[in-house]
Ligand binder design. Structure first.
Ligand code: ADP
Length: 267
């Protein structure tokens, strides 16, 4: 009986090893596939703006005398815009690398949500121009202890998306409220919203819902960075669709500092 059992055990172990080998091979193949998809995507995101810059700069070099002033200005604007796009993409890649290597060193400070919302709105002003912005920030919100630079970047990315994916002139809202020991900050738009199956996936690096959409230039990194930064600040970020009309809602939850907000000086 013991021999029979030992034989059965040996067969079972062999099977388990076989399955493990197959899984390992599958995992390695999947990692290879992801790596090359990532490289293809990165090369594309670098090459597209570079091609525009080279084209515009070349035309300027060869035809600048013959071109009317407004065409020269337009070509220069292309060089600048596309260089900025490259710059943003590289900054995003560096942010992502920092998040993934765990090299994030957030500088915690006592932060007033309204201040950070204000600076994110100012920084995004050019992008959100034409969109009415509603803010609802109660005076008695608790302070947060976090890195204001990371928090501002998260809000900026969400505002950027709200303006990018919703129609010109549609409203964007930033609201905050206290919920127990947390502060909730939401960014809401009136755009198309997200397919329900993509509500989680949009936070993956390089994931874009509308891949062929060249009009809305993007890298698929903005929300991955948001999630990385929010998690580095000890919070969570989720996406949902509005229930009252079409549009997306991004909700950030951050631990509130128990210390109450300092009173405004009386005037
Ligand atoms: P990017 O905007 O550069 O493509 P993101 O990571 O910021 O990358 O967003 C990932 C994808 O999620 C976008 O490509 C878009 O399809 C979708 N998305 C993000 N924000 C919104 C939004 N406010 N409304 C609709 N779709 C959105």
């Amino acid at each position: 009986l013991l021999d029979a059992l030992a034989d059965q055990a040996a067969v079972a172990i062999e099977r388990i090893q076989l399955v493990a080998d197959v899984d390992r091979a599958k995992l390695a193949a999947e990692a290879d596939r992801l790596r090359s998809a990532l490289l293809t995507s990165i090369s594309h995101d670098l090459k597209t703006p570079l091609a525009s810059i080279l084209g515009a700069a070349g035309t300027l070099r060869d035809y600048r005398q013959a071109l009317p002033e407004e065409d020269r200005t337009a070509l220069l604007a292309t060089v600048i815009d596309e260089s900025e796009r490259l710059n943003r993409f590289i900054a995003n890649l560096l942010d992502m690398t920092r998040i993934e290597s765990g090299a994030m060193e957030p500088n915690a400070a006592l932060v007033d949500v309204a201040d950070v919302v204000g600076s994110a709105l100012r920084r995004a002003a050019k992008i959100t121009a034409g969109h009415p912005i509603e803010t609802a920030l109660p005076d008695d919100l608790p302070m947060l202890r976090l890195d204001p630079v990371l928090f501002e970047q998260v809000l900026f990315n969400l505002l950027d998306n709200a303006a990018k994916y919703a129609a010109a002139g549609s409203a964007i809202a930033i609201r905050a409220r206290q919920d127990g020991g947390e502060v909730l900050v939401t960014v809401t738009d009136e755009g198309p919203g997200l397919p329900p199956t993509d509500l989680e996936r949009v936070f993956d690096s390089f994931y874009r819902v509308r891949k062929g959409d060249q009009v809305r230039a993007g890298t698929g990194l903005g929300l991955a960075i948001c999630r990385g930064f929010v998690e580095a600040m000890g919070g969570t970020i989720t996406a949902a669709n509005r229930t009252d009309r079409s549009g997306a809602v991004f909700t950030i939850r951050l631990p509130a500092e128990s210390q109450p907000k300092p009173l405004e000086p009386q005037t």
